[in-house]
Write a protein that binds this ligand. Structure first.
Ligand SMILES: [Fe+2]
Length: 373
């Protein structure tokens, strides 16, 4: 039985006025569409419309609870063009999907920094700084995806002039440090302490055995913002453990090929195929699981908002903890037979076989006993 919780029109009508928000009205007033997506096959080719105020072409992609957390939008800068200077009282993280160019960031005090980017570059815009993006090519368009926390900010203030035209430097976030957008390599645990990654596709990662199958992982907290992001990679012939968390993770495939399974509790998994540029947005508390079926390692970037992470009393995300002890991660030992049979048959199309035996064996060493029903 489907569990998408659809109710009568009569009850739905009573909540109709709460469906639209100042944020959704703002997007509509800019003449732009919102794709209500859990899956976009390719961000690099998704259709865009002119965004007059910014000077490029764009579309918004929102998850099912974006009114309370974060949104995303895809922006294209036409060949030889630049976007208009812009400031915003919210945070933004950017991944360059295609093209080369530069960005200038400055504050009211007049401190100004310009840095260059190319495909796979990752950075954040410090809150309320003035900034302008330039396409460095006269022939090719440049395209990026930005993930922001605009929805709660626009919903809170409603006043667009305040959100987009307030003169104030948040100096603890940015005060014109000359190396602010330099690529730094210092790590603290899983965290890479930098405001700029030149090439997220080829960035070295750190081993993360907790998520299964010898994966690599690295986390970012850029421009001292409240949103964070991470990259995960998994080797040939492997897949990650299924897990669930809150809404607001925008997962973008950076390299490799494969698919994700997603399902709400109690339903059959559905399959979503990927390629470089695919966006997966797991809905609130849906289980999801990522599979590498190609001949190379597969890597994705996840942009997140804190509401994604439902944590235990120690502060550990429950998506990292076994369901057997109350977490939201499905152990390999507890997954459905379909998960393994589908993976084997997809790998065989490339003449490959699963390389999961070590991961299954390692899990058994520390697997908590199954609770007695
Ligand atoms: Fe996830």
């Amino acid at each position: 039985m489907a569990k998408d919780a659809i109710v009568s029109t009569e009850l739905a009508k009573k909540f109709e006025t709460e469906k639209e928000t100042p944020y959704t009205r703002w997007v509509a007033s800019e003449g732009l569409e919102i794709i209500p997506a859990l899956y976009v096959r390719n961000l690099r080719t998704v259709e865009l419309k002119p965004w007059a105020r910014r000077g490029g072409n764009a579309v918004f992609v929102n998850h099912d609870a974006s009114r309370t957390s974060n949104d995303s939008y895809v922006m294209e800068i036409p060949p030889g063009k630049k976007l208009e200077p812009h400031r915003q009282l919210y945070e933004e993280m950017i991944l360059i999907l295609d093209g080369r160019g530069s960005t200038t960031v400055w504050n009211d005090e007049g401190k100004r920094i310009t840095f260059e980017w190319g495909p796979g570059s990752l950075f954040a815009i410090p809150i309320n700084t003035l900034h302008q993006h330039f396409n460095g090519s006269g022939r090719e368009p440049a395209r990026y995806i930005g993930v922001t926390n605009a929805p709660p900010v626009v919903n809170l203030y409603e006043d667009l002039d305040f959100v987009f035209n307030t003169k104030h430097d948040f100096k603890s976030r940015f005060s014109g440090e000359p190396d602010y957008f330099a690529a730094k390599t210092e790590q603290k645990g899983f965290l890479l302490q930098t405001n700029f990654v030149p090439d997220a596709v080829n960035l070295p990662l750190i081993s993360a055995k907790e998520r299964g199958a010898g994966g690599g992982h690295i986390r970012f907290n850029m421009a001292k913002g409240s949103m964070n992001s991470h990259i995960s990679q998994f080797p040939v012939g492997t897949y990650k453990k299924g897990h669930a968390h809150g809404p607001g993770a925008y997962v973008i495939i950076l390299s490799g090929e494969g698919y994700s399974l997603m399902w709400p509790e109690g339903e059959e998994p559905k399959r979503y195929d990927w390629e470089v540029g695919t966006l997966i947005v797991p809905p609130n508390m849906w289980f999801h699981q990522h599979f590498n079926t190609g001949p190379t390692p597969a890597r994705y970037l996840a942009f997140k908002h804190e509401v994604v992470s439902i944590r235990n009393a120690q502060g550990v995300p429950k998506a990292w903890i076994s369901r057997r002890i109350g977490g939201d991660q499905v152990d390999y030992a507890d997954e459905k037979p379909l998960v393994r049979s589908l993976f084997s048959s997809e790998l065989s199309k490339h003449g490959l076989t699963p390389r999961m035996d070590d991961a299954y064996a390692t899990e058994l060493e520390t697997l908590p006993p199954k609770a007695v029903a």
